[in-house]
Design a protein around this ligand. Structure first.
Ligand SMILES: NC(=O)c1ccc[n+]([C@@H]2O[C@H](COP(=O)([O-])OP(=O)(O)OC[C@H]3O[C@@H](n4cnc5c(N)ncnc54)[C@H](OP(=O)(O)O)[C@@H]3O)[C@@H](O)[C@H]2O)c1
Length: 179
């Protein structure tokens, strides 16, 4: 099966994925009374596993909800020595270079990967390891916070696959890396 690394993430109009305090409450700025999943279920059906930075992992662990993933989650961290007992069997610690980490995950049979977390996505982009991005833009200016993108060693061209609008307010653009 073809390998691919995909991003599915929401940003503010000014390109932040977390506010100045690291918060993500602004993701719910637009009322969503019918709990529209905004393409998440369709995206999730098309992936085998997640690769997530330690900060995002800990953020999700802190949510007052059941574990939201039905696929294995590979957590990148140099600081953690092991996954907390509560999440063993669902999340797996990985270390090394991104190429080594990807090889390890592919060997386990997981090829279509959801890459999540700001630093993690930026590191993957620096090595040109992202094949597609689904970017959901929430119409709010945060004025600061954690940027999705950072400097890159080279220009990376993407091709727009489609743009959708949700809740009459939120745009979602799907881009594929154009190599
Ligand atoms: N808007 C959204 O849809 C959305 C989605 C996801 C996350 N978020 C938010 O964005 C923020 C993300 O935080 P973040 O920028 O710190 O990013 P992150 O990617 O979640 O976590 C960064 C951490 O991952 C580990 N890491 C990254 N690359 C590694 C590598 N190659 N090898 C080993 N470890 C590696 C490091 O952990 P160690 O320090 O342990 O070594 C690093 O400190 C959070 O506030 C989260 O809530 C928002």
């Amino acid at each position: 099966m073809n390998k691919k690394n995909s991003v599915f993430i929401a940003t503010s109009l000014d390109g932040f994925i977390a506010d100045k305090n690291g918060g993500i409450d602004w993701l719910h700025t637009i009322p969503n009374p019918n709990m529209d999943d905004m393409g998440y279920v369709e995206f999730n059906n098309d992936i085998d596993a997640l690769v997530m930075g330690r900060t995002t992992f800990e953020t999700v662990c802190g949510f007052d909800v059941d574990w939201p993933y039905d696929k294995p989650v590979f957590v990148l961290s140099n600081k953690l020595s092991e996954i907390p007992e509560s999440h063993k069997g669902k999340a797996f610690l990985v270390k090394g270079t991104l190429i080594e980490i990807l090889e390890h995950i592919h060997e386990k049979g997981f090829n279509r990967l959801y890459i999540d977390g700001g630093t993690t996505i930026r590191n993957f982009l620096k090595e040109d390891l992202i094949d597609e991005m689904v970017l959901t833009t929430i119409p709010v200016l945060l004025g600061g916070g954690s940027s999705l993108f950072s400097e890159l060693p080279n220009q990376l061209n993407f091709e727009l696959v489609e743009t959708r609008t949700y809740l009459n307010q939120v745009t979602q653009s799907h881009y594929k890396r154009n190599k």
